[in-house]
Ligand binder design. Sequence first.
Ligand code: UT7
Length: 323
Amino acid sequence: MPFTAAIVGSGIALPAHAVTNEELSKTVDTSDEWITERTGIRQRYVAAEGQYTSDLAAEAARNAIADAGLESGDIDLIIVATATPDLTFPATAAIVQAKLGVKQGAAFDVNAVCTGFVYALSIAEKFLISGQNKTAVIIGAETFSRILDWEDRRTCVLFGDGAGAFVMTRKTVEEAGDRTIKASHLRCDGSMVDLLYTDGGVSTTGKAGHVKMEGNKVFREAVDRISGAMVETAKIADIALSEVDWFVPHQANQRIIGGVVRKLGIDGDKVVATIGQHGNTSAASIPLAFHTARDDGRIKKGDLIMIEGMGGGLTWGAALFRF
Ligand code: UT7
């Protein structure tokens, strides 16, 4: 019996404390005007002391599992997309598994930085379709505040903390009907590592390091690569971009989102932008935006959704599904 994969729930978690641009400009040489005009960001959430990536991830997962009408005991695959794991090892997914009280199945992390959630969704789909697993929770979770140089205004104003999760289930083609993952397209070009990276790591400096970014150069790569992945994904699914109900992009910069809208001639009213409230939360940004748009009534069951993003690596990609 051929299997397919469906998204049956979503959930998010945010730290309690939001830092506004105004607040940030008291400690960093920046201004609300510069940040808003150049990026669209108005505030970002910052995890409390002692609040880890796994805490945000587990909370988002619990919310998604409840939203799906399931219980932790139903989960047999946990994938955490993160570039800010709790520990060097074990995987944050293993820690999340324990926090959820799950005793079965597999759990591992994926690091594709800001494209991590698209990678996780595509990987989970394969595990479900193969029949190996039945119910997956995929989580994008980050505490980027821990790897920012808070004196570097070029990076510290951009990023925030948070987590978002989807529950995905294996279904027979008949059970799922049209509500399945339609296509995904994942890319990486490692020759551009130097554009966005941390200046540290386990096997190099022994420390996590800080985010370094050639913002301008990353910006110039973004629109073309993201648009290309979206077109390719639509082509694989044999669906026109005009049929998509909601585009849920990675939230890096409002101007990048606008550039993609113009390049592809898509309707800007169909694009979910939450960068103003969350900042760039790396792997968490897509599920955070998706769930926010569900919560406020924009995204409804049955809508055709395209997610897309680009990040360190460089990695980029897109996926298309009917929710
Ligand atoms: O999520 C992963 C992927 N990441 C991205 O896609 C991010 C892509 N890049 C960007 O979004 C943009 O390049 C940034 C928002 C990072 C920067 O915007 P920009 O328009 O490319 O600015 P810039 O780097 O060219 O800097 C322009 C000026 C510079 O001053 P000078 O040299 O012209 O005097 C910077 O020093 O803005 C200055 N600047 C700032 N000023 C106030 C840079 N950061 C700040 C700041 N506050 N926070």
